[in-house]
Design a protein around this ligand. Structure first.
Ligand code: FMN
Ligand code: SF4
Ligand code: SF4
Length: 294
């Protein structure tokens, strides 16, 4: 039986989850969804999974674009696990509507609470010391359900979130591609190029050995949290600053929080290294590595 999991992950929670599920369901190929990732496996796979974070109450755009291009075996069992911290929003509905156009549906959908990792806006929470192991245990349970091909209807966007979506999320979506203009490097940057290799959106180029951001950032934070020198800094970009002056109350409140103080914890999942994440355009086979705590 052929099984494939497509995983998008910035700070490792979703990749960790995908690996735990892969271990439960047996020999599975995990494909990292990044620019140029291979997409042919789903055409004849019997089990197809999608694991990704929730971004702005929805699926990350690169995951959406990737699934839209995918050919999916009509009889496959299809599941989705979305890692998130507080509000999963409409991510399952978005996925299901893409699948519906391809003649299939989501057979199993479950949100998995993990450490919130948007370090340019807040300290990671709930505390990783407790949350990481809790998420792992929950992922293992999810993996067992998926292994038995359980059907589970996914949670829909809550009434209040649906009402607030346009007011709270759309202003940010409009300036999304200006976000990376807030990044700059301190003199700690050693020019190692890891940030460029890690970026799933190929947003980073190097100039004189230092990163330059090119307006294709989805805000996954991989470059920020895996930089070995903690050299990547962030200041509110101009487009956001203007939005902060002209936007509604909630937009202004969020923008006021943006920033990356020196003492901010740059959380990434402790079981996922930059090498795990940084697999360009190829597949990873499930391995026993990193499962000690599961
Ligand atoms: C750009 C961005 C947007 C996010 N938006 C949401 C959100 O709308 N709701 C939520 O509950 N968590 C949100 N989070 C938290 C992530 O969904 C959560 O930390 C996730 O586990 C990260 O997965 P990863 O480690 O695989 O990248 C967001 C994080 C980032 C970086
Ligand atoms: S990963 Fe960090 S040290 Fe390496 S090039 Fe990027 S910013 Fe510089
Ligand atoms: S530039 Fe950094 S934060 Fe933006 S998508 Fe690339 S790795 Fe993620």
């Amino acid at each position: 039986m052929k099984k494939v999991i497509y995983c998008f992950s910035g700070t490792g929670n979703s990749l960790r989850t995908a690996k735990i599920i892969a271990k439960q369901i047996g020999e599975t190929t995990i494909v990292s969804v990044r620019e140029g990732a291979t997409s042919d496996l789903a055409a004849d796979a019997d089990v197809i999974g999608f694991v990704c974070p929730v971004y702005e109450w929805d699926m990350p755009e690169p995951m959406k674009r990737f699934v839209e291009r995918l050919s999916i075996h009509a009889d496959a069992y299809v599941f989705m696990v979305a890692t998130y911290v507080l509000i999963h929003g409409r991510c399952f509905e978005s996925m299901d509507s893409i699948l519906k156009k391809k003649g299939t549906r989501l057979h199993y959908g479950k949100p998995l609470r993990c450490v919130g990792s948007q370090c340019v806006a807040y300290e990671p929470f709930p505390t990783p010391r407790l949350m990481v192991e809790r998420s792992d245990r929950e992922a293992k349970k999810i993996g067992k359900e998926i292994a038995s091909k359980k059907h589970r209807s996914y949670p829909r966007m809550a009434f209040l979130t649906r009402r607030l979506y346009n007011r709270m999320m759309m202003p940010f979506k409009q300036v999304q591609y200006d976000y990376d203009q807030g990044f700059y490097v301190s003199d700690r940057c050693k020019g190692c190029g890891l940030c460029q290799r890690l970026c799933p959106c190929k947003d980073i180029t190097l100039s004189d050995g230092h990163p330059v951001w090119n307006h294709n950032c989805i805000g996954c934070n991989a470059c920020v949290v895996y930089c070995p020198s903690k050299a990547i800094m962030f200041k509110t970009p101009e487009a956001y600053r203007i939005l902060g002056e002209t936007g509604n109350l909630t937009t202004r409140a969020v923008i006021r929080r943006l920033g990356l103080p020196e003492n901010r914890t740059r959380y990434h999942n402790p079981y996922i290294s930059d090498k795990d994440l940084c697999v360009p355009n190829e597949t990873q086979k499930d391995s026993k590595a990193g499962f000690d705590a599961v």
